[in-house]
Design a protein around this ligand. Structure first.
Ligand SMILES: [Zn+2]
Length: 359
């Protein structure tokens, strides 16, 4: 019953979010629409004209050699033209709105950002790149810890039983932040789908990992049984987004549900476990939960650069550091426990028995 009290406001917030994602105030404005329509025909907004818009109305390029007139090139060119027109019309509309003191509104589901060297959301790009670097640093430190600092078995493998799962997690994270940086610098259909798919894959995989680690699932068959239904669901969801419908509202629900589920799992585990690094888990769960609120309580960009989404990306940078530090501690903790179990005093020396010696 207690859960219901939290779910109702959560869904209320989610439904408001979905409503704002479906239609934006900015692009339904007739003045903005007229400006874009005019620009796509003439290639100009006021005094400014764009080279990308030099194609005739039947879609054939006016200039350039024949090999530059391929359909794909034309698609890029039309995308560029549309993007330039929308951007400049948006800037013009926002300037007009600013004069009587109106606040910024969203255009095509996004806040009006100022471009820097053609990069659409520079703050989000910088923070995504820093997240990428932080994950690489964390994963590399974890790798060095496992194979160069901690004791190894006779077959040169580490004792830590979740190592492979965390290596795969590292790859999913690097992939996801790479596409996030690409998407925030240039928002087209392809980069958007790559970013969304990578983020969903990372969220789904880290949910599986949360279950496997917190319930200490070590048996191979049990791991497959737990992950199979989740893997099937996440794969179907990614295929649905890419090849059926990129439904923002539905995707947001799936992502929030997967994120809340793993935060709850880690949070409850941190509460009941006697893990020496449970404090780090607490910090990640608590700050991670706060950071998620930024995704929900969306605000317009400050000075046209720093919006809630960028700030959310900024908050995950220190969290990533603490997170990989926790993963390293977990490897140390399990390794020392396992090694201790198999160390037997033998005269002056100690012999370390390998696990397979005990079976
Ligand atoms: Zn993002």
């Amino acid at each position: 019953m207690i859960m219901h009290r939290y779910w109702i406001p959560l869904f209320a917030v989610l439904s408001c979010l979905v409503a704002t994602l479906d239609a934006s105030v900015g692009d339904s404005d007739p003045l903005y629409r007229a400006c874009v329509g005019q620009c796509e025909k003439t290639g100009c907004v006021g005094e400014r004209c764009f080279p990308h818009c030099k194609f005739s109305s039947d879609g054939v390029s006016i200039d350039g050699p024949w090999y530059m007139q391929e359909p794909l090139y034309m698609r890029w060119k039309q995308w560029d033209c549309q993007s330039d027109c929308r951007y400049n019309c948006m800037v013009e509309r926002e300037n007009q709105r600013e004069a009587p003191g109106d606040g910024p509104v969203k255009y095509h589901g996004k806040w009006p950002f100022k471009r820097v060297y053609g990069i659409q959301e520079p703050a989000s790009v910088v923070f995504s790149a820093l997240n990428l670097a932080m994950h690489f640093h964390g994963w590399l430190s974890f790798f060095i810890l496992l194979y160069y600092k901690l004791p190894l078995k006779q077959d040169k493998k580490g004792y830590y039983e979740f190592a492979t799962l965390w290596h795969i997690y590292g790859l999913f994270s690097l992939n996801s932040w790479f596409w996030s940086a690409v998407f925030h610098s240039r928002d087209v259909d392809l980069t958007e789908k790559l970013d969304y798919s990578s983020a969903v894959a990372l969220l789904g995989y880290s949910l599986i990992l949360a279950i496997l680690r917190s319930f200490n699932v070590r048996d191979e068959a049990a791991r497959v049984m737990v992950s199979a239904p989740l893997l099937a669901f996440v794969t179907t969801h990614i295929l649905y987004l890419n090849f059926y419908k990129l439904d923002y509202g539905w995707n947001m629900k799936v992502c929030v549900l997967m994120a809340v589920a793993q935060l709850l799992i880690w949070g409850i585990w941190a509460g009941v476990t006697r893990h020496p690094s449970r404090l780090k888990l607490w910090v990640v769960v608590f700050v991670g939960g706060l950071a998620m609120l930024l995704e929900i309580y969306d605000f317009p960009p400050i000075y046209g650069y720093l919006d809630a989404h960028a700030l959310w990306h900024a908050m995950t940078i220190p969290l990533t550091y603490i997170w990989w530090s926790f993963i390293g501690d977990d490897a140390k903790f399990q390794t020392t426990n396992l090694v201790k179990k198999f160390e037997i005093p033998f005269g002056q020396k100690t012999i370390t028995l390998q696990r397979w010696d005990c079976k």
